[in-house]
Every structure is written in structure tokens, then in C-alpha cells.
Design a protein around this ligand. Structure first.
Ligand SMILES: [Zn+2]
Length: 281
């Protein structure tokens, strides 16, 4: 045991890796106690005093509950409850997937780079009425993609009503941006390019069966690192077509060979996140 630990320390020193990275955020099964605070950025941060979203409430339902990623800053929980009420008015359920781990931070075995500081959430791009939703769907339902990537168009799974889901999600002022596949963004543009919230919806690869909502930093959160504000332009432009073409090229020809790229070490943790891994004094 001592020898293994010794080797770890020597290796860490050689590689310049901080000891925090020999631990994992997923080992934290509970939030820290005390006031909720967002620390660091969306892609390199953590969450103190995280709050757990209720499994269900008016107009919303959590899914993939077993992952234990339903923690967030109270601003995120309040936001989701408000969107749930909007969905309820439409007779639909908001399907809430990954938020953050109990103390945020990097997720292992996951495609997420962000979701680290309690302000990001994934929403299924799918509709269920409250009556049609079965508890077996929480872990067992697979949302179909709505995009034909090679063709660069939506497929038969796309529904015009999903525009309303974007409207319900994006209209709240605390929404900083929403990431969605460029093909879906193009579809939203074709329905209403002038929607007041259209500028918040940004193209990103993947995101063809769910969308990703990001909130702005809570007021007065001194250690929350924000992103540059996005220009208030619809984003319904030629650049969107370039995204779609790039995605189509990859779908048809496979990813471009990138040669040997050395793995990049993750950036150092915010000092207040680092403290989560240090023994209590
Ligand atoms: Zn996401």
C-alpha cells in the first residue's frame, strides 16, 4: 500500500499533476454543507452547497436518476421549476437529464466537458404528456436522434412542436445560451428567425437528441467565471451552413485524421475546488 502511494506521488511529481487529479469528483456522494456557491467556470469549476432536484414536480420529470447528477445551484433548480410550469400549460413534461454531480467538477466516463459548476443542464428533445410517461422510462428510454447528419436535414423524428420547447426554455432572462445541433438550429431559424430568444440558441456538434441549457452566473457570485456575452443576432446565417456541411462531411467520410496529438493535461483546479480534496484540518 505504502509502495503504491509512493509511486503515485513520484509519478505525480514527474508529470506535474496535482494530487487532486488522483481523486475523482464522482466519489463525492453528497454535496458540501452550507451556502450554495458556484466556483470557477462551466468547464473547470465545482459546486459548493449543491441542491438536489426533486424527482418530479409540476410539469417536469427527472430521467437517468441513477447517475446522481441532479445537483445544481438553487438558481438552476428554480429555473427548471419555472420551465416545468410553462410545459405544464402546454400539457407536456420537461424531461431533465444530467445537471451536476453533488459537488460538481469533472465527470468521468462521460462526454461532458462542462456541467461542472451547477449551472448547466441537459434536456431531452422529446415529448411526453404526464399521463404517457412511465417510471421505466427514467432509466430505460432511449431518445431517438432527430437529425440525418449526412443529409444535413432533420429526419422523421423531428416535430414542429419542439420549437415550443426551445421557446419555453430560452425565454427566461437567466438563460445565457443553449447548445443544439446546427441542423436543428437551422430548423428553428426557418420557423421564426426573429424570435427574441433566437440569439441564445447556438450550434454545437452532437446534441441531436437533447439540448444543453446554460445559465448566467448568480448575482454576486464572486468566484463564478462567466463567458463573453453572445451578440444579440439570430445566428441564422451562412456560418450555420458551414457547421452543417462540416457535420455532413464527417458523417459521410469519417473524421479527418489528426495525426498523433499528445494528450493535454486538464487545467489546474480553482483553489476553492482543490480544497475539496484536501484533508480537513
Ligand atoms: Zn450538456
Amino acid at each position: 500500500m505504502g509502495k503504491v502511494l509512493g509511486i503515485t506521488i513520484v509519478l505525480s511529481a514527474l508529470l506535474g499533476v496535482s494530487s487532486a487529479q488522483t481523486y475523482s469528483y464522482k466519489d463525492f456522494k453528497t454535496p458540501t454543507e452550507g451556502q450554495s456557491e458556484v466556483i470557477g467556470s462551466y468547464a473547470n469549476g465545482c459546486l459548493l452547497g449543491g441542491e438536489k432536484m426533486a424527482l418530479s414536480g409540476p410539469g417536469y420529470q427527472l430521467v437517468r436518476q441513477s447517475r446522481n447528477r441532479h445537483f445544481g445551484h438553487p438558481k438552476l433548480l428554480t429555473y427548471l421549476e419555472k420551465v416545468g410550469i410553462e410545459r405544464e400549460k402546454r400539457g407536456q413534461l420537461l424531461l431533465v437529464s444530467d445537471m451536476s454531480q453533488p459537488r460538481g467538477g469533472r465527470m468521468h466516463n462521460s462526454a461532458h466537458a462542462s456541467h461542472q459548476n451547477g449551472l448547466d443542464v441537459d434536456i431531452w428533445l422529446y415529448e411526453f404528456t404526464p399521463e404517457a410517461f412511465k417510471s421505466s422510462y427514467i432509466e430505460g428510454f432511449g431518445v431517438p436522434s432527430v437529425v440525418d447528419k449526412a443529409k444535413g436535414t432533420v429526419n422523421a423524428n423531428w416535430r414542429r412542436e419542439y420549437f415550443n420547447l426551445f421557446e419555453d426554455l430560452a425565454s427566461f432572462p437567466e438563460v445565457d445560451r443553449i447548445f443544439i445541433n446546427p441542423v436543428i438550429k437551422k430548423e428553428l431559424c426557418s420557423i421564426d428567425e426573429n424570435a427574441a430568444w433566437q440569439y441564445k440558441v447556438r450550434p454545437w456538434f452532437g446534441h441531436d437528441d437533447h439540448l444543453h441549457v446554460r445559465l448566467t452566473c448568480p448575482e454576486g457570485a464572486k468566484d463564478c467565471v462567466t463567458q463573453a456575452p453572445i451578440p444579440k443576432q439570430s445566428g441564422c446565417n451562412a456560418d450555420l451552413d458551414n457547421w452543417i456541411k462540416d457535420q455532413s462531411d464527417v458523417a459521410i467520410n469519417g473524421p479527418k485524421p489528426r495525426g498523433n496529438i499528445a494528450p493535454v493535461a486538464p487545467p489546474p483546479l480553482h483553489p476553492r475546488c482543490q480544497m475539496l480534496f484536501e484533508p480537513a484540518k
